[in-house]
Ligand binder design. Sequence first.
Ligand code: ATP
Ligand code: MG
Length: 633
Amino acid sequence: MNYADFYRRSIEQPQEFWGGEASRVHWETPYTRVLDDSQAPLNRWFVGGRTNLCYNAVDRWAQAQPGQAALIAVSTEVSADGEPVERIYSYRELQAEVERMSAIMLALGVGRGDRVLIYMPMIAEAVFAMLACARIGAVHSVVFGGFASNSLATRIDDAQPRLVISADAGSRSGKRVPYKPLLDEAIRLASHKPATVLLVDRGMVPMDLVPGRDVDYAALREQHIDAQVPVTWLESNEMSYILYTSGTTGKPKGVQRDVGGYAVALASSMQHIFGGAAGETFFATSDIGWVVGHSYIVYGPLLAGMATVMYEGLPTRPDGGIWWRLVEKYRVSRMFSAPTAIRVLRKQPQELMDKHDLSSLKALYLAGEPLDETTSAWIQGALGVPVIDNYWQTETGWPILSIARAVDDRPTRLGSPGVPMPGYKVKVISEVSGDECAAGEKGVLVLEAPLPPGCMQTVYGDDERFKRTYWSNFNRPVYSSFDWGIRDADGYYFILGRTDDVINVAGHRLGTREIEESICSHPNVSEVAVVGVEDKLKGQVAIAFVIPRHNDGLSGEDARQALAAELMATVDRQLGAVARPAQVHIVSMLPKTRSGKLLRRAIQAVCEGRDAGDLTTMEDPASLQQIRDVMRR
Ligand code: ATP
Ligand code: MG
């Protein structure tokens, strides 16, 4: 099959194309219409069809391959020495656990359409909870475990859950992070009070149960040990979940997703993009609190009948070879990670990778942030398998740009996440005129309506915010990605950073991403953040914060300044003097969101001496303090 034809069909005959893809999932009642876009952009896919995500992800395979591994939950956080501890569930066992969890929820009064907030560490029970919601038609909203109370409270107030499911604690690098006190405080802060809190006791830290509100999972599971809970067939456009964006650019948006469109889109993506077959093992290193976790730890691999590895822990404990060890042990065929994690692994001793048999691995997928050429070239060389960058957003639920390797044999191109995936009418347009840019010309990446199945239905509870935020930025109704992009003459796209990340130096518009890419090409750079900072003379200047790959010889101020000078010279050479950062600072960490994305807006605010704004999604406040300190010097 020729990809150009395949893609063209998805655009020119969407009804036929997606009608065909819909046969990858079971429909209890057939749909009457593939797409209803009469209320655009509030579209409805597979109208009138009734299906169920849990049925398609679990029951179907529990019938076809009951003994096949479904969920491989691995933790390096529960043993004192960081040695991995596994719990493996076959499809039959997974279905039994999900039915128990479903019975518990029903007994607690959770019904169709009710929201259930899941605030949990990366443990199997969190997946049972997501799938149980899907089974009974409740709407899950997974909030990244370990978020502080105020972040959690905002999400409780937004989603208004009837039930919250949590655990005594998570763990990070062997250190216990008690969840229960954070949750108690969040519920105190929130105006909405959930009726019930279901708690999984991992035996990590003692918990005080609030009488009348808190219930213990283990005890209820025992009561429902033989439960059989039939699936609730849902109309395709009922809500499956709410998930908040990473909050990199401001207040997180509650992305609302449907049932049928999401099932079809994921099943289709597993076939064409990820190429995973039933019986193989998929390993996505993300967290269930993020969209990659929803789509490619939980639903995608299970919809494809694969075993999915869920990993609790750091990529570097007990040592930097742990992920490769898991690939070898479980014969992982497809792995999905993020550039930020690969940069960490690049700093590890090579033998930790080399000593493992990675021959099962057929491809590595990376998403979430721009993949710089240095990281890409390193991992591709080290693994010897295709490294597939893929670009998308919480909003879309599955890749916008990638290479659909099952139907497309074109090579990857360094620095590019590839070409549009089926159904995505990707355009690069001028932010001023709204006209389409020529090949090689920089513009805003937008999507023309309709968005394919699986993409967000709306902002939860706020259709107006959905229309205003995404669809009203240009003189015609297109969905704005808020990312800069460029298309080359061969149709490959390049992402140049977020639209807020462009700086203006003496009249020249520069993408911070381009400067970062240039700095990254230096052999002793592990990570870098570039921001534009107000300057009386030039309007703005670039300032770079760099984490070196090796710290040897960098303890003295002279050595640091020498490295800074080398980096400035590198940018000078590659991009010209305008792009050269006015200052380069060596740091040991950078401010990031909990999902690992650089918080450039916070760095910029600190550099300009402004208030850093909403920092509730920030990972480690010490990183921002470091920026303050170096700027003060
Ligand atoms: P918020 O919308 O709340 O500010 P966020 O945009 O970081 O947060 P996500 O939906 O998790 O939330 O991230 C999507 C963004 O991540 C994209 O818009 C893009 O900027 C970036 N991104 C994702 N994948 C890639 C990729 N392969 N290459 C470059 N950038 C990417
Ligand atoms: Mg975003």
